[in-house]
Design a protein around this ligand. Sequence first.
Ligand code: ATP
Ligand code: TPS
Ligand code: MG
Ligand code: MG
Ligand code: MG
Length: 329
Amino acid sequence: MDAEVQATPTTPTVREAGEFAVVAAVTARLPQSALVLLGPGDDAAVVRAPDGRVVVTTDVLVEGVHFRRDWSSALEVGRKAAAQNLADVAAMGAVPTSVVVGLAAPADLPVAWAESLADGLRTECAVVSVSVVGGDMTRAGQVVISVTALGDLEGRDPVTRSGARPGDLVVVAGRLGRSAAGLALHLRGDAGLLQRHAELAAAHRVPAPPYAAGPALARAGASALLDTSDGLLQDLGHVARGSGVRLELDAAALEDDVRALAACAEELGEDPWAWVLGGGEDHALAGCVPAGTALPPGVRVVGRVVAGSPEVVVPGVARPGSTGWDSYR
Ligand SMILES: Nc1ncnc2c1ncn2[C@@H]1O[C@H](COP(=O)(O)OP(=O)(O)OP(=O)(O)O)[C@@H](O)[C@H]1O
Ligand SMILES: Cc1ncc(C[n+]2csc(CCOP(=O)(O)O)c2C)c(N)n1
Ligand SMILES: [Mg+2]
Ligand SMILES: [Mg+2]
Ligand SMILES: [Mg+2]
């Protein structure tokens, strides 16, 4: 159990406290950003929509599928839940404006866990200067967290998955494969391993999406963009099919990511290329820009767009067994 939970003086369960007391305790930890005209406490929140259009995205995290309470603290789960949604907003080239959270929890969940979850959501939202403006709470057999993020396009067109054209360059912002390496470490469950590669384990529990690169790439004229949630090859496959183009990745441009995982992979007897090309949950941003585009800070070229059958290839590297996560496979 995490330090935040143990440090809380009283640890009643949500059954003992009751829904409304937990909601009050949680919303008390969620101060509102300047974009919020009416925050938690009424039937709905009211948030400014500066652009007149609203970007909206939602992702569900299920205990045992997306996180484990014995691997991650409540604070880390909250950060990750917010991060993966905020990354989806960035992947449209938008800036987030607010977040709404649904929490389903077993009756014996400590209230302190729900409070730390709120702290984690608040902490990650603060990275992009937004707040949690509301949510819902109900009972379930395991913890389920449903996050919805809203965003603002600042007057630009959304950057979709379908605008890549032959001649464009493939670009990435953020690191690849780190979450998959961390997942492998947690699956082994060896304390020494987790300690030796603590940074990678932490990268699995709390991803660090390059939020600013989304709007920056949109401003620069990006033709396609998404975040890497399932695995680079699978995610870029959506761009290839959506745009009707072939993406040729340059192995040399991905070698830094592979090198950063090499020691961990060696110790685990695993292939770092499989993590970089097929590992999910880094929430890096990947997409395409016209050749000659001035690249925003933190954005690197990893390949090129050519005419051909819509697929993603990495000449010289064996295709990993898994090109990405599928919840049902
Ligand atoms: N149950 C659903 N009902 C309606 N639309 C859905 C549903 N599930 C997914 N979608 C839509 O399908 C598209 C792809 O969803 P997907 O969840 O794969 O994208 P993502 O959220 O970027 O990735 P990830 O969930 O891996 O982080 C999105 O536009 C999403 O809104
Ligand atoms: C306990 C535990 N086991 C496995 C994983 C790995 N995992 C779960 S979902 C996902 C991709 C995105 O899924 P979705 O498309 O559902 O958002 C990955 C790589 C994890 N995070 N926690
Ligand atoms: Mg999704
Ligand atoms: Mg996405
Ligand atoms: Mg997915």
